[in-house]
Every structure is written in structure tokens, then in C-alpha cells.
Design a protein around this ligand. Structure first.
Ligand SMILES: [Zn+2]
Length: 409
């Protein structure tokens, strides 16, 4: 029975998706794109990939399969590659559904504990959150059914799964399909545990959010559950692991995953608490009106233009018919050919107001910041009823939030 026991105690991995860029995964190797989603591996993943091959090879050589060394190693390699492709499939299902729901995806990264889909922002509705979260574990369970079915086709009439591994003469294909059925099944099940940031935690958040109408309430419940679950895994991995298996690799691994979940749940809790404390602030609280305007017929060579661009926002509003029609920035002027007429006017080179990325004064300041980060913008025009009110500057928003946080803590 040692093989089945090892199979059952194989450490599970969290498959996550996160909103925003996970800075610690930035140093990853880009592999390419699948269905338009960039796929990369973090350096820590290489360690776990090699470790997996060794653990599987050891398992195959300790059971009574009667395989020679090349068969042992090639089967271990193929199983490992298929396992990580299964993880990619799990993440891809999250990402593709997110794209369908209008949430841009930064990419998928494999790392030491599994995989992460990085979405540009959180879902805006509980149902969207629920669907994006639940599709991952369902994909894993579907893969388990496919591999289990393949194993059944290969050796029907053999309900004793452990026999497949223990009996001599079993083929690599049988062992691979059985292994992958198990791994995908435990991946799907583990990720359904109801603690943030696991998929099950997101399902829990969506449920509480949907029922209470409060995103913050949902996050609180799911993040606290995630901390509890992580803590339980740390204790379980170290304590029970020690009691029953000695200081086993599995126990330590389990505890490390628990530690990762605990810290991720804590970080999410803090981030959402910040967002919540910023919820009362609007764009109107932080935008700047520190800019000047000039009539559209002003020539570019006029000293008024260079004076206007020397202001803190380095932007000039272009006035015509008593209304700001567009803006001119230093970047606009830099694009004008050197030999052009000194009589070219602001009106001829301005960027029309309608084509500027803009935001309304009553929109939430955190949402505006999130948008600037996603779209790589440093500034948004604040526009109300077609009138330019001012500019929301990213640096200024960050300073504003830091000040408020200091005074509110
Ligand atoms: Zn997932």
C-alpha cells in the first residue's frame, strides 16, 4: 500500500488568481501566449518541476512495476509536464472567463506553489466573481474525469486502482493517466476550500457579497476564513505531520502552503481595508485645478505658451467659444516638425477634449487610480457635462491616499 498512501498524501497546490500585478512574480521567464494570454514561469517553479520528477521517479522505482530506468524517468518526466499543463489549463479557464467578462488579464505565471492568473482588476459583480472562481476547480475536476476515463479504457475491469501501480507489467500510459486523474481531482477539491485567496474563498466572498450587497463584508469573511485555513494548515502540517509521518517532506510542504495562504489572505484583507477606507473619497477630492488656459488662436511661438507649460501640470487648456475645447502638452509640441510655421496656433495642434482619457468628478478615487495603473496612465482629465474641470494626477492621488491613511490609522 505505500504507493497509494503516497498518492493520497501528495501535497496539494493552490491555484490562484489575483487582481493587480503580483510584484514578487515579476521576475519570471516568458514562455509565450496561449489564446492571447501570456504564460510565464517564475524561477521558483524550476525547483518544484525538478523535485516533482525526482519524487515520481522514486515512487515508480519503489513500486513493483518492473520498469527499467529509462521507462521510470521518461514516465516521471511526462507525468510532471502533463501535471503542469493541467495547472495551466486550470489558470487558463480563469483567465479566459475573465476576458469574456470584460476584465483584462495580465498573464498566467507558474510558481513554486502552483499557478496564478493575474487579472487587471477584481470582478465588479458577485456573479462574475463566482463564475471566474468556480471555473478553475471545475476544469481540474473535468480533467480528472478525462484522465480517469482514459485509465478505465486502458484497463477496464480492474477497479483496484492501487493494483495498476503495484502490479508488474502495467504500462506507462496507465500509470500516467491514473496519476493525473488523482492530481487533478485533489487540485480541484483543494482549491474549493472556502478560504481566500483560494478559489473556494472567492466563491465564499461572492456568496456573502451577493447576499449582503457588501463587497467589503464578503472580503472580510473570506479573508478571515483564509487566515484560519492557512493557520490550520501550518499547525496540521507541522503538528499532525510530525505525529503520524515524522518530520516528513509532505508535512513541511503542507505547512509552507499554509503559510503562503495565511500571508496572502492577510495582505488581501489589508488591501481591501485600504480600499474601503478610501471609498468615501471621490475624484473631486483630489484633482488639481492648477493649470492655465489660452485662446485657441494663440501662436505656438508666444511667450504665453512657454509660460503656461512651465506650470506644475505642464498643460494648457485651449479656449474657443468660451469653452475648453482641448489641451496642449509638452509632448504635443515635441511632435510638431521643427520647420513648421511660428504662426501655427494652439487650436491647430491641440488634442480634443473628447479624445482625452477622462473621469467624472463623482467617481471613486480608488477606481480611478486602478484604471490609471491598468492603462499605464499618469493623468486623467476630469470632465463634467463636457467641461474640463481639471486633472487627476496619479502621483498626487497616491500622496493624497498616503496622507488620509496616516490620519485615519
Ligand atoms: Zn483556481
Amino acid at each position: 500500500m505505500p504507493v497509494l498512501a503516497q498518492l493520497q498524501h501528495r501535497p496539494a497546490s493552490p491555484q490562484l488568481y489575483s487582481a493587480g500585478r503580483m510584484k514578487e512574480l515579476d521576475s519570471s521567464i516568458k514562455l509565450g501566449k496561449i489564446l492571447g494570454i501570456p504564460i510565464g514561469v517564475h524561477y521558483s517553479w524550476i525547483f518544484v518541476f525538478v523535485l516533482f520528477i525526482f519524487l515520481l521517479a522514486r515512487q515508480y522505482s519503489q513500486s513493483h512495476l518492473g520498469w527499467d530506468a529509462p521507462q521510470i524517468w521518461s514516465t516521471a518526466l511526462v507525468t510532471t509536464v502533463l501535471f503542469f499543463l493541467s495547472v495551466v489549463a486550470h489558470e487558463l479557464s480563469h483567465s479566459l472567463l475573465a476576458v469574456r467578462k470584460g476584465i483584462p488579464v495580465i498573464g498566467i505565471t507558474l510558481f513554486v506553489f502552483g499557478g496564478v492568473s493575474q487579472l487587471s482588476h477584481e470582478a465588479r459583480r458577485p456573479m462574475t466573481e463566482f463564475l471566474i472562481a468556480v471555473v478553475g476547480p471545475l476544469t481540474s475536476i473535468l480533467l480528472a474525469v478525462v484522465f480517469g476515463g482514459l485509465k478505465f479504457v486502458l484497463s477496464p475491469g480492474n477497479p483496484q486502482w492501487e493494483d495498476v501501480l503495484l502490479n508488474p507489467g502495467r504500462t506507462s500510459l496507465e500509470v500516467i493517466s491514473l496519476h493525473l486523474a488523482w492530481i487533478n481531482f485533489s487540485l480541484g477539491l483543494f482549491n474549493l476550500l472556502p478560504g481566500f485567496p483560494l478559489d473556494g474563498g472567492r466563491v465564499l466572498r461572492a456568496a456573502v457579497w451577493g447576499l449582503s450587497g457588501s463587497y467589503w463584508r464578503g472580503t472580510q469573511v473570506a479573508a478571515r476564513a483564509g487566515q484560519f485555513l492557512g493557520g490550520l494548515m501550518i499547525l496540521g502540517g507541522l503538528g499532525l505531520g510530525w505525529l503520524y509521518f515524522g518530520a516528513s517532506f509532505q508535512g513541511i510542504w503542507f505547512a509552507l502552503i499554509g503559510l503562503f495562504l495565511f500571508s496572502a489572505a492577510t495582505a488581501s484583507y489589508r488591501q481591501e481595508r485600504n480600499r474601503e477606507s478610501m471609498r468615501v473619497f471621490r475624484v473631486a477630492d483630489a484633482f488639481t485645478t492648477d493649470w492655465s488656459s489660452l485662446p485657441s488662436e494663440t501662436a505656438l511661438g508666444s511667450p504665453l505658451v512657454s509660460h503656461g507649460l512651465a506650470g506644475p501640470e505642464a498643460v494648457i487648456g485651449v479656449l474657443a467659444d468660451n469653452r475648453i475645447q482641448g489641451v496642449v502638452t509638452r509632448q504635443n509640441l515635441a511632435l510638431i516638425p521643427a520647420g513648421s510655421s511660428p504662426f501655427t496656433t494652439l487650436g491647430q495642434v491641440m488634442v480634443p477634449l473628447a479624445s482625452l482619457p477622462s473621469v467624472g468628478p463623482s467617481e471613486g478615487i480608488y477606481d480611478a487610480l486602478e484604471r490609471m495603473e491598468t492603462e499605464g496612465l499618469t493623468r486623467l482629465a476630469v470632465v463634467s457635462d463636457g467641461r474640463l474641470l481639471g486633472f487627476l494626477n496619479k502621483e498626487e492621488v497616491l500622496r493624497f491616499m498616503a496622507r488620509r491613511r496616516r490620519t485615519s490609522v
